[in-house]
Design a protein around this ligand. Structure first.
Ligand code: ATP
Length: 511
């Protein structure tokens, strides 16, 4: 997708009340955003889709809403105080700051793109007889690039794992990586930067104490493991799901709501018997990609990416990457976290965080599979995939958000044809009938054509128009967002017509 299209999406999100820059009247706050009247509806629908898929559809997954502030020792135990760092590097000419690992990963992706181009070209040349696997295995140039990618990845992993910041810089220099802004290779040294925000709790008189804004919601789940297990009488395997704010002092924050300093996560920690972790890891990979693909977007918009460097707590980890306007990037992480977190909290709190297995007659610290998705990134994925500029047959054009109907902010827009003759009253009557079932929107200003365009632009699946005949025959014209076709239907049939297309339950049933 072009930069222009991304700019158009950002402009559109503002113009139609989806996303605003935070504190805009004061020129904004970098990497912090507010959700407007349409944005909050879409966001809430995405949350419900996730929450219901987890909590409502699984007897062995329950919810939690833990506080943002936590005892400071939590973050010592989790490793965030010591290791939640990003390696940063500055370009001396542009004065722009980058994450060293991201610069290298983007460089790798460029090499990967060259291979994909060669593969596509060969496919064109050979047509139906093309064997992709064979081409990759035998083409010299492609093989050379694959080896190069592997060498860079290996070197980066070693440098990150051993905290060898000098070699990370050398790798950037050896690969000739330039600053995307200045084009120069004039880099500073690489430094580590802790991403947690801190503040003080209590008044000064009481003696203040440094505490952190949580950088992930997961730790609230771990410290409540015993509470939930006991009060919910949970049996392993079981899961705890949570949606909530997280805060990270991100170094590079230039990509709209993709990377924010305050954002929301939807995380689920699934506690399993040690030894069964690999099988559950595969299970959740499958479940999560199914949840994404159930939205009906292009199959080619998703790919799995195994982590090059495993976090200190993980024995297996991958990302579900999405083809965002700026290319494939992480949308969700699936991590096999072993017993790292619970054991660390046992050690620091002195409390036993174990499960008694009746069958084996033994206590153990469960292993954990985590699924962690950014709500805001999911919002951006939906918005960017749904955004379409369409040329119409009559020579005009429209911008339409083809948001999956069950996620659309407004499900049904209700228009009186004119603002008189009892049509507004009739339209309001329909609104009062259906507002208990769907988010409806009443609109009487401008021509019907303009009203249609406005609702295309926010993704409303259905618009209905009440005209003079409606007063006698109790029928209205219903117009479909995707096909723009219009049909005359009975007012009494509206509920079931709309329900069929916008129902969250139908979407969940397909999972
Ligand atoms: P990245 O490598 O992009 O910084 P991460 O690997 O640090 O992400 P995780 O710690 O695995 O991310 O967090 C889980 C999810 O939370 C991510 O997949 C992403 O969707 C979301 N997320 C993380 N950081 C941010 C952020 N700064 N803004 C918005 N969403 C975020």
């Amino acid at each position: 997708m072009s930069d222009d299209k991304f700019k158009n999406i950002i402009g559109h999100a503002k113009e139609y009340g989806f996303v605003f820059q935070s504190s805009e009247i004061y020129d904004g706050l970098s990497a912090v955003y507010d959700y407007g009247q349409m944005g909050v509806l879409l966001k809430n629908n995405i949350k419900t889709y996730w929450w219901n898929a987890m909590v409502q559809l699984h007897e062995n997954i329950v919810g939690l809403d833990s506080a943002i502030f936590m005892h400071p020792t939590t973050w010592k135990a989790s490793g965030h105080v010591d290791a939640f760092n990003d390696p940063l590097i500055d370009n001396k000419d542009s004065k722009k700051r980058y994450r060293a690992d991201v610069l290298i990963e983007e460089h790798i992706e460029k090499i990967n793109q060259k291979n994909l181009k060669d593969i596509a070209k060969a496919q064109k040349r050979f047509g139906d007889s093309f064997d992709e696997a064979q081409f990759i295995a035998t083409n010299g140039r492609v093989q050379e690039r694959l080896q190069k990618i592997k060498a860079i990845e290996d070197r980066m992993r070693t440098a990150l794992e051993t905290n060898n910041l000098e070699d990370l810089k050398l790798l950037i220099e050896d690969e000739g990586i330039t600053c995307p802004i200045s084009g120069s290779k004039n880099w500073t040294d690489v430094r580590q930067f802790n991403l947690m925000f801190s503040t003080e709790i209590g008044s000064v008189a009481e003696g203040s104490n440094k505490i952190y804004l949580r950088p992930e919601t997961a730790q609230g789940i771990f410290v409540n493991f015993l509470n939930v297990m006991k009060t919910g009488r949970m049996k392993v395997p079981f899961g705890i799901a949570q949606i909530g704010k997280a805060f990270r002092n991100e170094i590079v924050a230039r990509q709209f709501i993709f990377r924010m300093r305050e954002f929301e996560q939807m995380e689920m920690q699934f506690f399993v018997k040690p030894g069964e972790d690999q099988q559950w890891y595969e299970h959740w990979k499958e479940q999560r990609i199914k949840w994404h693909k159930n939205l009906g977007f292009s199959e080619n918009s998703y790919r799995f990416h195994d982590h090059i460097k495993l976090a200190h707590y993980a024995n297996a980890a991958c990302d579900i990457e999405f083809d965002f306007p700026m290319g494939f990037k992480e949308l969700e992480g699936i991590h096999s976290r072993t017993d790292f977190d619970l054991k660390a909290h046992e050690k620091h709190s002195g409390k036993k965080l174990q499960y008694f297995d009746n069958e084996d007659n033994q206590n153990y610290v469960p292993y954990v599979i985590e699924t962690s998705i950014g709500l805001d990134r999911m919002f951006l994925a939906v918005l960017s995939e749904a955004y379409q500029e369409e040329a119409l047959e009559d020579g005009s054009s429209r911008v339409v958000l083809k948001i999956p109907e069950f996620l659309a902010p407004i499900k049904l827009a209700i228009f009186p044809l004119v603002k008189k003759d009892g049509l507004p009253e009739k339209a309001k009557e329909i609104m009062n009938l259906l507002k208990f079932d769907f988010q409806c929107f009443y609109e009487e200003k401008d021509t019907i054509g303009k009203r249609y365009r406005r609702h295309d632009a926010i993704g409303t699946p259905y618009c209905i128009t009440v005209d003079h005949d409606s007063l006698n025959d109790n029928m209205v014209t219903i117009r479909d967002r995707n096909t723009m076709t219009q049909e005359r239907v009975a007012i009494s049939a509206l509920k079931s017509i709309v329900e069929e297309r916008v129902s969250m339950a139908s979407a969940l049933r397909k999972l």
